[in-house]
Design a protein around this ligand. Structure first.
Ligand code: SAM
Length: 242
């Protein structure tokens, strides 16, 4: 059986799924605080920008995959979309449901699902979003195939993910920050250096922007494109099912 990456380690696929599961169960409670600390609040702007690109319309059915604690789903729902938030991790979704209740955001459906094997019928959704989720999935091609399957004809796919910045000075600075500082913040705030080390290592192992765009195309999407943010530190990939 082929091994897959878990951060910088090579592990069997089942082990990756289990270890990613335990990382997110451990970080769930502090996930939102840590996102703000680690990105200096920038993840909020990236998510706002991402949702602007999706252009959600009132009444349309959107699947927010790897939706975690609901950040993207809440933004989509604000435009009147009917959002189904899915994640493989019930702890992350549990925090999301609590947040939705406390913010009085109604009308979201929450469902534990593995992105690689969805329970939804073919052609169920107008749009599929996945933010900072795909790099954690064990078999990325399978998740992309499932995204394609559950979208209606004319449906759109959007992915927000860390990538590799092409700005040289910034790349060096970010490398040092992510490898040295992020795990220390994880240790100090969440008492969990190991989980945060995985999170930064998994970013380094994720395919570069163009290669990931080609994977999306191979899954059957057309007009695929990539929009780099901060030189590709973060990227928005998109495509259409026609
Ligand atoms: N989308 C949210 C956000 O932007 O804040 C959460 C992103 S969080 C970094 C990654 C999420 O991917 C976690 O909640 C994790 O449980 C989920 N995940 C990992 N593997 C998955 C899989 N195979 N299927 C569905 N969700 C998965």
């Amino acid at each position: 059986m082929d091994k897959v990456s878990f951060g910088f380690e090579e592990v069997f696929p089942d082990e990756k799924t289990a270890r990613v599961g335990s990382v997110f169960s451990r970080v769930a409670r502090r996930y939102d605080l840590m996102n703000d600390l680690m990105s200096g609040g920038m993840h909020r702007h990236w998510k706002d920008m991402f949702v602007r690109r999706v252009r959600p319309r009132s009444g349309e059915a959107i699947l927010d995959m790897a939706g975690g604690t609901g950040d993207v789903a809440f933004r989509l729902a604000r435009h009147g979309a009917k959002v189904t938030v899915c994640d493989i991790n019930a702890d992350m979704l549990g925090v999301g449901e609590e947040r939705a209740r406390s913010r009085r955001i109604d009308g979201l459906s929450w469902s534990v699902q593995n992105a690689e094997e969805l329970s939804f019928a073919d052609r169920s959704f107008d749009a599929y979003t996945i933010a900072f989720g795909i790099r954690n999935v064990t078999h990325i091609e399978q998740a992309l195939a499932e995204a394609h399957r559950v979208l209606k004809l004319g449906g759109r796919f959007f992915c927000l993910e860390f990538s590799t910045t092409t700005w040289p000075g910034f790349a060096t600075l970010y490398e040092s920050y992510s490898m040295n500082v992020v795990p220390k913040i994880g240790k100090a705030v969440a008492r969990d250096e190991e989980s945060y080390r995985y999170l930064v290592e998994s970013i380094r192992r994720f395919p570069p922007m163009e290669r990931f765009r080609a994977m999306i195309e191979k899954a059957g999407f057309t007009q695929t494109k990539v929009e780099p943010i901060l030189g590709g530190l973060v990227a928005i990939h998109s495509g259409w099912k026609v």
